[in-house]
Design a protein around this ligand. Sequence first.
Ligand code: SF4
Ligand code: SF4
Length: 195
Amino acid sequence: MAVIERRVRYESELDPSFAREVIALSGSPALLSCIQCGTCSSACPLSLYMDYTPRRIMAMVREGFKHEVLRSLTIWLCASCYACTVECPKQIPITDVMYALKRYAIREGVYPPRFPIPVLARLFYETVRRRGRFTESSTVLKLYLRTMPLRILGLIPTGWGLLRRGRFPLRPEGIRDRQGLRRVLQIVERREVAT
Ligand code: SF4
Ligand code: SF4
């Protein structure tokens, strides 16, 4: 479990617009109606490993603890299982809020350094944006180089086995209408910046 930076925050250090931004990104105004019952945390199969439980994340978003929320491991450990969303008595789409927080953290570049999940998310998007398809071999290689370079050597036997069976194509894959896809993604990116 990550070490949490515990210190008293003064109101002046909080970001009063944070909740508004997260609501716009996630489309979840319902998060303001959280009653802090903790059902989401008890339903979450991963809350044990999180630095802040989903219930605490909801409270911290609402109160403007932007620094802590965007740097927390919780948003990256969320497996999008939707258990919290299904159980929430206030029908708050907590999973969507977690997705919005991931996007926000990537946009601000504040995710935990060398933590593979945000790096993979970014690589995935870059690859798909460029070629329209995800090529596992080059992406896995880049992921390891950026996060845990020393472990590449241990992967050689597996990679070689997959390569021999044609399950690890080295040639980058792509789609025909890359320009069309790029135009669609540009519209989405512009909307994202506007929120
Ligand atoms: S289950 Fe819903 S209402 Fe209860 S703490 Fe979680 S988000 Fe808030
Ligand atoms: S969606 Fe995420 S936060 Fe919600 S229960 Fe599943 S892992 Fe936990």
